[in-house]
Design a protein around this ligand. Structure first.
Ligand SMILES: [Zn+2]
Length: 336
């Protein structure tokens, strides 16, 4: 099992300031985790995104405004989202990594890809930077694949709801968006009642979990709801918004996942598409040791390798199990 690892040195120059959780050391941890978890790695540099691919998901006026803002010295784009001049190149390469991953996977050079990129992407909307994100990296690739006639599932296991990704594809029956997240929580979206709109109705699946939710519930949701829904959708590609801030040690959130839970989710996804059709995009995750061990576990799970089970599971509150029952009924009803 071979993994493409795509990253770039410029990501370290996206300087968010001394006390910002979304910091360069996160990528050092993610790269170390990929090197530890993958049986074989092919490491590549992230290229800059092609302008027409970026303009397919972001307003050209917004793209130009981000460029001007960064190159003029940067500052705060919103209360959480800061940029410096080098953030412009970092954002272009973060948004360009996915295209290279798809191209190399199609050529049969690896079995999956992990993109160690920053800034992250899933909160970025068509004309708005937010939540540490400038451009929606995963949406750029999903749109390119859909425009080529393929079907795409996006599985977002970052602890925050991917509001930007959901809103970009909520009207599309060709992109199935699934999000596991803490709720209610930043950014406020992600209710289980949001299931897509118009032709996209039924192609958004939100799993909003209360604080304290642990891996027992994530595994159950994957097995009982998500994998069956993905198998019915039959995607050509699975793109994963792989944030690691649902880990028990993460300082920003209150869920309790452990590395083996990420491994189990990766095993579940590997049952849906064949080799060479899964791309993991790093999103959030703010505890360095948790990132490293969880990225390694993800890649071991994706390869079907064994991952030791930690204790501490089977402890989710009853309300978390009720979310699975509620969302599972709705997903099956939508299917009838
Ligand atoms: Zn997050």
């Amino acid at each position: 099992m071979r993994t493409l690892l795509i990253t770039h040195d410029v990501f370290a120059e996206h300087d968010t300031g001394r006390h910002h959780p979304e910091r360069p050391a996160r990528l050092v941890a993610a790269v170390a985790g990929a090197r530890a978890g993958a049986a074989s790695l092919l490491e590549l540099e992230a290229p800059q995104v092609r302008s027409e691919l970026l303009a397919a998901v972001h307003d050209p006026a917004y793209i130009a405004a981000v460029e001007r803002f960064c190159l003029a010295g940067g500052g705060a784009l919103d209360p959480d989202t800061v940029a410096v001049p080098a953030s412009w190149e970092a954002a272009l390469r973060s948004a360009g990594a996915g295209h290279l991953a798809v191209e190399r996977l199609r050529a049969g050079e690896a079995d999956n890809a992990f993109l160690a990129v920053r800034p992250p992407g899933h909160h970025a909307e068509r004309s708005r930077a937010m939540g540490f994100c400038l451009f929606n990296n995963i949406a750029v690739v999903a749109q390119e694949l859909v425009d080529g006639g393929e079907r795409v599932a996006i599985v977002d296991w970052d602890v925050h709801h991917g509001n930007g990704t959901e809103v970009m594809f909520e009207g599309s029956p060709d992109v199935f968006y699934v999000s596991f997240h803490q709720y209610p929580f930043y950014p406020g979206t992600g209710s289980s009642a949001d299931e897509g709109v118009g032709a996209g109705a039924g192609y958004t699946l939100n799993l909003p979990f209360p604080p304290g939710t642990a891996g027992d519930v994530y595994r159950r949701a994957m097995a009982e709801v998500v994998v069956p829904a993905l198998q019915r959708f039959a995607p050509d590609w699975i793109l994963v918004s792989a944030g690691y801030d649902a880990h028990a040690d993460d300082p920003l959130a209150e869920l309790r996942l452990l590395p083996s839970d990420y491994a189990r989710m990766a095993v579940g996804l590997a049952a849906v598409v064949g080799p060479g059709r899964t791309v993991y995009f790093l999103e959030g995750g703010y505890d360095l040791a948790a990132i490293e061990s969880s990225v390694a576990a993800t890649l071991r799970g994706a390869a079907g390798g064994s991952v030791p089970d930690e204790s501490l599971r089977s402890m989710s509150p009853a309300a978390a199990h009720e979310v699975i029952e509620r969302v599972g009924h709705a997903a099956r009803r939508a299917d009838e």
